[in-house]
Design a binder for this molecule. Sequence first.
Ligand code: NAP
Length: 479
Amino acid sequence: MTQRHDNLINGEWLAGTGYAPNLNPSNLADVIGEYAQGDAAQLDAAVRAARAAFPAWATSGIQARFDALDKIGSEILARKEELGTLLAREEGKTRAEGIGEAARAGAIFKFFAGECLRGAGETLPSVRPGIGVEITREPVGVVGLITPWNFPIAIPAWKIAPALAYGNCVVLKPADLVPGCAWALAEIISRSGIPAGVFNLVMGRGSVIGDALVNHPGIDAISFTGSQGVGARIAAACAQNLKKVQLEMGGKNPQVVLDDADLAQAVELSVQSAFYSTGQRCTASSRLIVTEGIYPKFVAAMQERMAKIRVGDALAQGTDIGPVASLSQLEQDLSYIEIGQGEGALLAAGGERLKLATDGYYMTPALFSESSQDMRINREEIFGPVASIIRVKDYEAALACANDTPFGLSAGIATSSLKYATHFKRHSQAGMVMVNLPTAGVDYHVPFGGRKGSSYGPREQGRYAQEFFTTVKTAYTLA
Ligand code: NAP
């Protein structure tokens, strides 16, 4: 009998109206557990509990908040191997990547524990004599957090930690596909000393729980990470209800490779950011934009490097790339192989479904060459281990191509030229720019986010998180 995992509402573990199995995408015979499916009534109870807990938590001492967040961070770090293994088992990234993500979640809680103590305001003179002006930050209220499946512990952590640190109460709805890490995190939070109702977990479908959360009158703000289509609908609903909203969405991130790049370095960082974590990162490079002098060598070196990539069970030693997270995502990835070939791109490597010892969603990472910027494979987010190479004449053409996208999350350049690196940093229309580094892989203490169709609202992470999770008050006092 598989273990059942309930929702956390007002400090109590409550059964769902049903349960859904959480399957290992490396081995579909492996059922990780059964996870509660909530309904609108449970969501309503969670929001009411958060509202009731808010006045006390908003004015609680900063020491109490520090202690709780620091304790959560310490436990995650102490259990990073166990949590990383659970993550790899339910999402399909390798165990090493899973442990790295769990460690990141722990570090995020530690960082925001410190933020509890660093809360600062400003005191300014008034333009009117004898009056003082104070500018302070206060919590927004009860925040609804909606998270995707590809970072099942880090993304919940980078929304929950700042929300709690700045004095908000939380209702989390994690992705239905991977509730295991969110549940484990909720269980740790439930023992951290924070009062009942401050943090609530309601699992279930986006169309049921997510929709009810976005439209609930007791919610003051929504922080969402996921696809552009769902994000746009959430933004419209929040505008209608005058809720604060923050959206982190997709990407079609360019990796420029110039003639003067170190070839081995350019290949390594392209492989890392296009295919590791099975290409299922919003910051993954899916367009490799290569100037014509290095193009033939780059294509050949990529093919040689990709032949060495080991696709396998996420928990097995030696696996470089685990399975795709779900059947629908696998079908989408494979459909883009057909679309690319139909558009006239050349399949230079991979792109096939793999049958391994266990029944899982395996495919070989795919690389197109001879592709052009107007093809669907270069305009639409695929969100799998599929990348394409676009040949361009020179740096100016590469920059124009890199910016020619409705997205703007991350962009990279491989070059030994300070002139081009500096120009690219200034003129790339992305929120995050990398020089001789993969487009994926960022620090936890600095802002994260993009431009254009990739992001909407204030940045996440680092001190910049306070823009979303606090509201500013300006107070005037007659001396
Ligand atoms: P998704 O389908 O948009 O789902 C994201 C979350 O929204 C899930 O929890 C989902 O619930 C929920 N949801 C679905 N319909 C909803 C509705 N009508 N109302 C409220 N919530 C709803 O995205 P995904 O497939 O999980 O994640 C992949 C996407 O996330 C990619 O586009 C990727 O680029 C993006 N992403 C962006 C970042 C970033 O920081 N920019 C980071 C990671 C991922 P259920 O799944 O449970 O139904």
